[in-house]
Write a protein that binds this ligand. Structure first.
Ligand code: ADP
Ligand code: ZN
Ligand code: ZN
Length: 843
């Protein structure tokens, strides 16, 4: 592949018959780019960053991105022709392509894998792609100038929900149809989508308007008034309509009408009168297709005035940005970091650049989006994994078209087509969910965003109440600036944190199942005062495993080396690694005894028991099982926000970014499994989790309380959490990292070797580890070893850890060696079918 970013092609003389070739990125995990020949007549249209349609292999027709244009025919194969060009303008920008290349190199994957993760499916076309009318477009109403062939397509779409490309081709009798589709997309008359299952179903609202002749013909309205005088209820509705839709000022307003619900916007108006008026032919009902992004055209709210501390933090940040590209905002929970971000975003927009606001998946609640929407109105785009593909494509195109200048989104937003970023905010920067584990690219959005910022000359603000050790280290060494906010906003104080010794409570017979008397009493007290409670347990399901009391049998997953978790609501045993599930047996399959007992406890059991112990409490659970549907997460939050529920039980999901006025108690049911996790980050993680979940207590007004249940309250970490002593956590952790050679002092690569034959996996790992040690040095390579969970989805696992000293390693060269070693391993006949995965900077 030649230089990736060759934007100067085609040269000015392109109209001459120069033979040009395009290197394209296919959305497939291919090790290199494929070269296609550009037909002369397309020389002017094929540009770097546009999508072209090509044939790949025997029959597949795919769309792909042009990464380079040049005059060199491929040496070892005959280039096929580019079939068509889909875009007039690049849909992937120059800085994006550069970033994709960095991701592929750094995280050791292919460009195809990056493109595949980056592009919304609606932008990845194949011969089975379909089109349908754009939800904003109403062919009856909107006047667009259409070519005859375009009219034909639109007409066909009015009668059919959707057409495949093949059908369009038939419709136009084989004429080249891409240009018409392209033009219709540009006019926003149609949209494209990929899979039938993801078919765009437009969002429809029910509206009413006056039947046409009442507004068109003189005197009709007066007559109508006279007619309706004996029916005051109907008259009221009519008067309200005229007030909300003043057709006497502008007849055209009638066309848009009003939503039915909005018309009866006060209690003395009756919805049944609307129906009577429809029956009489006074009003007519119609459906309107609306955008999925409810937009506030005119932002109604100015940002809140910053407090003195916030304003000071903001000034410090701006001051530091003069010398440094990145600044870490270390602000305690409730210090009002969001308002500081909003202020900085406004500042950045005023100078004309784009802004990306990254949030971890879980924290991207309606709360924050609503807040931002109010300030930034329709300049704000939202990018979320729960969005449909079309919504994602809408955001992508909206950024290219300049419609969205601020985007708030989850980790995959680093793939969006920005070209002029001036500010990136990485909120909750310590969050592990910024890292994608599977599939490739196994990227960390925090690191990727920092690189993206450097490519586009943007500043990066990272924020957290509990910064990652690596980020804090970057401040200590002077690479980044550091700004602290040590107080909560307003009168709010940090919560008081109490420890309950579960071992002692058990001896005193003061445990009610998993609740200490203290915690239970505290919950009751809050309910009594009409305050709210959050309970945290880091396991979902009812119980992590069940066991036979007679013979100690424990059900395990058929495919993974883990016990099956018991889920009571559907009476199922379920594997949390592969999703395998079976019915909960009635009696022990091993000995036949009917004495199966659930062991340990998860969120479902906490919810269950609490409902029994406190029958008056409205308890709701928030975990992976209760938030699968698109809006369920929001629903749970809004129920809690409005006070319909008073106890929220959940996993990690309840720990972050949520801000509820009435939560005055947070309970952590079992702190020990979190601290004792076998990983060098366990203490950092535990600290972050405890502080973050504690941060939900007592946010406004008076001080909240946190109760932590543990069997070992003497663990030093608790004292650090109680005194909010991040500094001492950092000092301790950084020393350990230095002593044992962990990040930030080393870069790690975790190699996982997988095979369905246990011996074969082991042998392959031994051979690979030896080769790696020869290439990189013995000190650098640890293992292979069998991971704690040694089998997942029927594949046996072996792990090798590579630690590369940060100061002295040429990282690029080392990765080349790693790639070569993996490549060589797979050449050996025994290990051809072994899967090897490299995870760079694993978390
Ligand atoms: P953090 O993200 O630092 O934990 P938040 O941004 O959630 O804190 O702010 C905590 C609470 O204080 C929120 O309810 C927020 O609305 C309120 N708040 C923060 N700053 C201001 C301000 N300048 N004016 C009014 N309310 C504020
Ligand atoms: Zn048994
Ligand atoms: Zn499994």
């Amino acid at each position: 592949m030649s230089e990736l970013l060759n934007f100067n092609y085609p040269p000015e003389s392109a109209t001459e018959r120069v033979t040009l070739f395009a290197d394209v990125i296919l959305p497939l995990p291919l090790p290199k780019l494929y070269t296609y020949r550009i037909p002369y007549e397309m020389n002017d249209d094929v540009m770097v960053g546009v999508r072209v349609i090509v044939q790949f292999g025997g029959k597949r027709v795919l769309s792909c991105i042009v990464a380079d244009i040049h005059e060199n025919a491929p040496a070892d194969y005959q280039a096929k022709y580019v079939l068509d060009v889909l875009d007039d303008k690049p849909i992937v920008t120059a800085p994006q392509l550069k970033l994709f290349k960095w991701i592929a190199d750094y995280y050791m994957c292919t460009l195809g894998e990056v493109i595949n993760a980056a592009l919304p499916a609606a932008l990845k076309l194949s011969s089975e792609s379909r089109i349908q009318l754009h939800p904003h477009y109403n062919p009856e109403e909107d006047e667009l100038i259409l070519a005859a062939q375009e009219e034909k397509i639109i007409f066909a779409l009015q009668n059919n929900q959707a057409l495949t490309f093949t059908e369009v081709s038939t419709l136009l009798q084989g004429k080249s149809y891409h240009k018409y589709i392209k033009s219709l997309i540009q006019k926003e008359a149609i949209i494209i989508f990929e899979q039938v299952s993801e078919k765009f179903s437009p969002k429809v609202v029910k509206k009413v308007r006056l039947t046409e002749h009442f507004v068109q013909e003189e005197g009709m309205l007066e007559e109508l008034f006279n007619q309706l005088t004996p029916q005051p209820k109907q008259l009221d509705v009519l008067l309200n309509y005229l007030q909300l839709v003043p057709v006497h000022q502008d007849i055209n307003l009638n066309y848009k009408g009003i939503e039915k619900g909005a018309l009866v916007n006060n209690p003395h108006l009756s919805a049944s009168s609307i129906n009577t008026l429809i029956k009489k032919g006074v009003l007519e009902q119609f459906d309107q297709v609306v955008s999925r992004f409810p937009m506030e055209k005119d932002p109604q709210q100015l940002p809140m005035a910053l407090s003195e501390h916030q304003a000071q933090a903001k000034d410090e940040i701006l001051g530091l940005f003069k010398e440094k590209d990145s600044v870490l905002l270390h602000g305690v929970t409730g210090s009002g970091k969001t308002e500081v971000y909003i202020d900085l975003i406004k500042h950045a927009l005023e100078s004309g650049g784009q802004v990306l606001y990254l949030l971890p998946e879980i924290a991207l609640t309606a709360q924050i989006v609503t807040r931002l929407m109010k300030v930034f109105g329709d300049k704000l785009g939202v990018y979320h994994s729960k969005f449909s593909d079309n919504e994602r494509a809408e955001v992508w195109q909206g950024i290219l078209a300049g419609r969205f200048q601020v985007v708030v989104g989850v980790r995959s937003s680093v793939f969006l087509p920005f070209h002029d970023l001036s500010l990136i905010i990485i909120d909750e920067e310590h969050e592990a969910s910024y890292k994608q584990y599977d599939p490739a690219p196994r990227y960390n959005a925090r690191e990727t965003a920092l690189v993206m910022a450097s490519y586009q000359g943007a500043k990066t603000l990272l924020g957290s109440a509990t910064p990652s050790i690596e980020s804090y280290y970057n401040c200590k060494t002077g690479r980044w600036g550091l700004v602290s906010m040590t107080r909560r906003f307003g009168e709010a104080q940090l919560p008081e944190i109490e420890l309950v010794n579960v071992r002692e409570e058990q001896l005193r017979k003061n445990m009610h199942s998993h609740f200490s008397g203290k915690l239970l009493g505290a919950i009751e007290e809050r309910l009594h005062r009409e305050e709210q409670v959050i309970l945290f347990q880091n396991r979902r399901g009812y119980a992590p495993f069940i066991s036979c009391d007679e013979c100690s049998w424990i059900p395990k997953c058929k495919f993974c080396a883990v016990s099956l978790s018991y889920h009571k609501y559907n009476n199922e045993l379920r594997c949390h690694y592969c999703g395998y599930h079976e019915r909960m047996p009635h009696d022990c399959p091993a000995c036949g005894a009917t004495s199966l007992k659930s062991m340990g406890f998860g969120t479902e059991k906490v919810e269950d028991e609490l409902k029994l112990m406190l029958p008056n409490a409205e308890v709701q659970r928030m975990d992976l099982d209760t938030t699968k549907k698109k809006n369920s997460y929001q629903q749970i939050i809004s129920d809690f926000e409005s006070g319909r529920t008073n106890v929220l039980v959940g996993t990690q999901m309840v720990t972050k970014g949520l801000d509820f006025e009435k939560v005055s108690l947070v309970g952590i049911l079992n702190a020990d499994t979190i601290i004792n996790f076998p990983d060098y980050r366990a203490h950092e993680r535990a600290y972050q989790l405890f502080v973050q979940v504690s941060g939900r207590a007592g946010r406004r007004g008076k001080q909240g309380t946190v109760i932590i249940q543990t069997r070992d309250p003497k663990q030093p970490i608790f004292h650090k959490v109680q005194t909010n002593d991040y500094q001492s956590l950092y000092d301790h952790e950084i020393e350990e990292r230095l002593r044992f050679g962990y990040p930030p002092f080393t870069r790690m690569i975790r190699i996982t070797v997988k095979h369905d034959d246990e011996r074969n996996a082991e042998n392959a790992a031994i051979v690979l580890a030896k080769d790696l040690a020869d290439r990189l040095g013995k000190q650098q390579v640890l293992g292979p070893e069998v991971p704690y969970i040694f089998k997942i989805r029927n594949l046996f696992l072996q792990e090798i850890h590579i630690k590369l000293p940060r100061e002295t390693t040429n990282l690029k060269a080392a990765k080349r060696e790693v790639a070569q070693a993996i490549f060589n391993l797979k050449l050996l006949p025994d290990f051809k079918s072994v899967r090897v995965v490299a995870d760079v900077d694993p978390m």
